[in-house]
Every structure is written in C-alpha cells, then in structure tokens.
Design a protein around this ligand. Sequence first.
Ligand SMILES: Cc1cc2nc3c(=O)[nH]c(=O)nc-3n(C[C@H](O)[C@H](O)[C@H](O)COP(=O)(O)OP(=O)(O)OC[C@H]3O[C@@H](n4cnc5c(N)ncnc54)[C@H](O)[C@@H]3O)c2cc1C
Length: 475
Amino acid sequence: MNRETGEHRHPLYEELAAIVGEEHVSDREIDRYAYIRTPSWVLGRVPGLVVKPADAQQVSEIMKLANRTKTPVIPRGGGASLGGFPLSDEVERSILIDLARLNRILFIDHENMVVGAECGVSLSHLSTEVGKKKLHIHTVDIPQYADSLGGVLSGFNGGGCPSDYATTGEAFHFLLGLEVVLPSGEILTTGAGSGTNIKQAQAADRTPGSPDMTGMFVGDAGVFGIKTKAYLKLYPRAASLAYGAFAFEDFEAMKAVFWKLMETDPLYYTRLVAIKPQWRDTWSLFYVIRDAEELVRFKADRLAALCTEGGGEKVTNELARKIISSFSGRQLGKSYASRGKFLYFEHPMKKGEAVDYFLRQEAFLDRRFKEAGVEGLITDRVRYLVPKERHMILVGDLVFWDVTTLSAEQVERLARISHEEAEHVLENGGFLEQHQGLETRISASYWSEAYRAFMKSIKKALDPNHILNPGLWRL
Ligand SMILES: Cc1cc2nc3c(=O)[nH]c(=O)nc-3n(C[C@H](O)[C@H](O)[C@H](O)COP(=O)(O)OP(=O)(O)OC[C@H]3O[C@@H](n4cnc5c(N)ncnc54)[C@H](O)[C@@H]3O)c2cc1C
C-alpha cells in the first residue's frame, strides 16, 4: 500500500524506482488506466505498474528483476495495437514497459545508406529526420504519428505496409538488424554486425556470417524479446510524383487491368489501390508513382494505356483525391479513438484466391451486420484490394460507425463480428495482419501441431519463466 495515496503498491515498485528513478515509475491507478486505451474494440486490462526505462541497459535490469520474481512484462510502443492491450491473465502483478523514452536516432549514415534508431522512436519523427537529408525509410502509412519503430516491427504482419511511399512491401525487407533484450535480460545484437562479427560496429546486413535470426523477432508480437534498437536501409527520396485514378463500370474489367499491372517489370506504380467507397457506384484504380521525373512520365503513360485499353476512364485529380481519402489516414486518424469507431477487415490472401475471398467476405459481413441490426448505422464503408508485392493481395473492407449512436449491446455485437470475421478469413486459408493482442490467439489456433510445438520450444528456451507478453500466440 502506498502510504501517501492509500492506493495499491506494486511489490517491485522500490526496486524498479532504483533502476529508472522515481519519476519514471508509477503504480498509481490514474497512470495505469491510461494504458488500456487502444484503437481496438477489445478492452484492455489495467497493468499493475508502468515503468519508463531510458535505455537498453535499464530494460535489461528490469527483465532480470522480472525473471527472478517471475513477474509478467508487457512492452508497449505507441499503443496503436488493433488487437487490444494488454492481455496478461496476471495483469495485477504485471509490469508494463513504456518504451517512449527510447526515442533517439543514433545515426543517419548516408554513405552506407543505413539509419540506426532506438525502438521507441515514432515513425513520423524518424521519417522526418531522414527526409531532411533527402533520404527515405520504409514506414507504415497511416499511424506514423503513433506507431513506434519497435511496435510496428513486433505487432504487424511483416512489420508494416505504407501506402504511397517510394518503397513497397513490408518493413522486414528493409530491416538490417536489431538490438533485442531477451527475457533473461541478456542484450543481443542480431544481423551481420556486432552480433556475428565483433569487429563490425553495427548491423550491416541480415545474413552474412549467420542464419537470419533477425527475422524471428519480426512480427513476434514481442514474445521473444524487447527490441531496443533497429538498423534500417535508407533510400534516396524520389524526386517526382504522379497520382490519379481510372474508373471502371465493370468489376471484372477492373480486375483484368489490376492483374496486368501487377505483372509488369518494372511495376508502373509505387502504390495501387482498387477501391470502392460507399458513395460511388463504380470501382476505381487509384495509383501513385514516385520516381525520377522522366521515369514517372514513362510509367504514368504506360499505366494509362493499360487502363484505357481495359475500359477505364480517367477521373479528375480532384475526384481521385476524394476517392482515396475515404480510405486515407485523415479519415482513420479522426477515428483513432478508444473502442473503435471503425472496423477494419484487411487480410493478406494469395493473389489467385483474393477476389473470390473478397466477395465471400463482403457477403459474410453484410449478413452479420443485418443480423446485429447495425447495417443502417454504418456511416461509411470502403472496399479495397491492394497488391502486396506480386504474389499476395490485401483484401479490405473498412467500416465506420458513429459510436455515440450505438448501444453498449451493439458495440459488443460489433466486437464479436470482428472476431467471427477473423475466424472466417482463417477458415478460408487467409491470414491476419495483426500480430498483437487477441488476434495472435485467433491466428495460433490455426497453427499445425508441428508448428505449435516448434514455437513453444523456442519460447521455452528463451523465456523459461514465461514472463514476456504471456497469453499471446497461445504459447
Ligand atoms: C488507425 C490505424 C491505421 C493503421 N494503418 C496501418 C497501415 O497503413 N500500415 C501498417 O502497417 N499498419 C497499420 N496499422 C497498424 C499498426 O501499424 C500496428 O498496430 C503497430 O503494431 C502499432 O505500433 P505501436 O508502436 O503502436 O505498437 P503497440 O500497440 O504499442 O504494440 C503492439 C505489439 O507489439 C509489442 N511491442 C511494442 N513495442 C515493442 C518492442 N519495442 N519490442 C517488442 N515488442 C514490442 C507489444 O507488446 C504489442 O504486442 C494501423 C493502426 C491504426 C490504429
């Protein structure tokens, strides 16, 4: 019991205060409650204590203490988890590590095209600083302002996808190595660098000198270690940009063009979105091209020729902007509130199965919304398909509500629909993007026995006391 406030006192409060300083640890209710807030429809649980270390060394000391006392630990970056937070069953005893103070950019090495940063840094800050040097790093699109580097590398399929940047694909392609604090408190550097050649100061690549052990920490939801530093590839910032959209009366015609565009080499787009907002009757192909000026012109001409031959009609740039902003960060940003406001059904599917699945998913959601009596309350709905490199497609349906018009029971029904839909996608051979919260449990229930045993054995070797992010992945 805290003598000053009469509130509960976490048993490790004094020892943690000795590691990080009193001002960076709190077991007061008001501070702990702040951490249940996420944009997810899953309500979080209140952690037992919140601690804000300054560096990897302090994270390591916290982990050693937690290990000795078998105390659950939950790392947290920006808190933009779409799967709820935290989930530990022993939440009263738990320590939530807020990584916000690990926010330093270590270096921007133009000659070697590498940037090193601490993992609590926000992606927007990192991207802005790199941009000042006319360079680019791969980040996510929408929640750049909230997402931390460590949170996106841990909590999203492959580490995050941006929408219209000069690089496409997931962040793990752009990651060279990590510094990770293991559940034991050991500090490890992965990647060809100081981990696998002690004569090399920092991570220079993923595989020379070792298997790719960086990858095992990508999308792990933070169950194998706490990421404290990451080293990423840098790219030149593209000099020129073009964007626009073509509207198609016929879905099949749009699909044929979409498929052709995914097969060209080089790709004529940096970003391609097949999109149908609720307020439009037709599908549109929206594109962004970022490259050197003459290449942008070349790609834009070729893309336009394919679209026109395939029955597409160019819309004005003003309309193109309006179409894409039904899906964009501004709309989602406005909705980034506790307990939803939007439900987001986006899944990676094999290209050849994506459209069939998309149509089944749409019918499934229509039926469920009708049964729940909420279909008339939808304020906006955006259907979309986005290439994830050449072999997969993100199949999406983004649905908005004004939560103030929903009853508590309707909110619960919607949260349930979200989970039923996750089962639906897995039943149909797809995957969940979120590697965080409840979604890890749903995904893991579709793992093969062999895969589960393999994952459990890794977890047991690294975390025998099962203290780091317990409850995730059913480990
Ligand atoms: C409105 C909205 C739009 C989005 N759009 C996109 C998008 O366009 N593209 C995209 O890729 N993603 C998108 N996302 C998803 C977002 O990128 C992920 O939820 C991401 O994981 C959030 O990062 P965070 O720092 O907030 O992580 P948190 O929510 O803090 O944590 C997520 C998980 O990672 C673990 N974790 C956090 N930091 C660490 C660390 N340093 N070491 C180990 N484990 C850690 C946590 O324990 C938790 O399990 C969107 C999310 C929202 C809310």
